[in-house]
Design a protein around this ligand. Sequence first.
Ligand code: AMP
Length: 383
Amino acid sequence: MTTVGILGGGQLARMLALSGAPLGLRFLVMDTEADACAGQFAPLLVGDYRDEAALAEFASRVDVATFDFENVPAESAEWLATRVPVFPNPRALSVAQDRLVEKNLFRSLGIPVGEYAAVSTRAGLEAEVARIGGPCILKTRRLGYDGKGQFRIKSAGDIEAAWQALGAQADAQAEAVGLIVEAFIPFQRELSVVAVRGRDGEFRTWPLTENWHVDGVLSASLAPATIDDGLAQLAYGYANQLAEALDYVGVFALELFCKDGQWLANEMAPRVHNSGHWTIEGAETSQFENHLRAVLGLPLGDTRMLGHACMLNWIGELPDRNTVLAEPAGHWHDYGKLPRGGRKVGHATLRDDSAGELSAALERVGGGLQRMPQVDPVLKALQ
Ligand code: AMP
């Protein structure tokens, strides 16, 4: 019996555990919170990721370890890797944890990125905003996700507020200020490549997915994205290069902006990704199952799509479930979390054989739920 250990016990760990059941796998999930939602389906070890005793217990009970959460301290992942195989490897995790290191890697691989610079002082921020010119985004290098740890700088007048929001506190406490300022990209579209690499280096991707965000949080995804084949191949190539450079094992997502027919890479997520949730019903093998196959060294499953799929995220609270369940192509995912503002509490996937049928299903669901601004851009993309 193989036990997979997962650091982080949120919905990603929960969906990993659910997809691993048919493979006969057992799981142990570690989280700092006793009510982590993956604990409803797998034994949960509550502990701090920096607590060696807790990590040692975790290591003693699993055959292989992986993550549902990229902000597990890199030292903890390294320590764990001396006891059990850890996939993706701790170096890949640490690169993806730091927006600056990650962007430097993209650039060194020839993956296009917008202008950016490291910032550690207020004067440095002013100088870089002036150099980049035009609107910028200030971000923390570490621990940012879903638009958290970010501040839009529309003009020089916003610099003080941006610094107060993200830099001043660490500076006042004489801590190193780790920020990155990026040019604001006026992109037309956001897409992601969800890809998997096996222990033997085999590489596969699911079709490109188009994504829509609200306040920095993913609200809807559509696959396959309608896109020029040359551009799609370029994107898959970037993901492949990245996976090779990091000797990556498992699923990851590469988030890309598309501006005037050109790619600019935003970031990579070293784990199964929200923009790949549609693969549960919309692909021959889901991202969750393929992640498990990869980390266990099993043959990878086919990533072929089954028709067209759209995923809608439920943020804060769940809408009426029956509106989705009444759809022949509607699939409901409730993460078993308490409702809370800004929290991802579930999603729905609509899957159909043709774009036209998917569009009709989406119209019905959007109409039934009556408060779904996220449906409109997807409907437009499906036209
Ligand atoms: P991130 O946490 O970096 O993935 O950012 C969350 C969202 O903010 C992205 O999906 C974009 O919609 C937006 N965003 C982040 N960085 C930029 C940028 N440099 N230019 C324009 N929009 C951005």
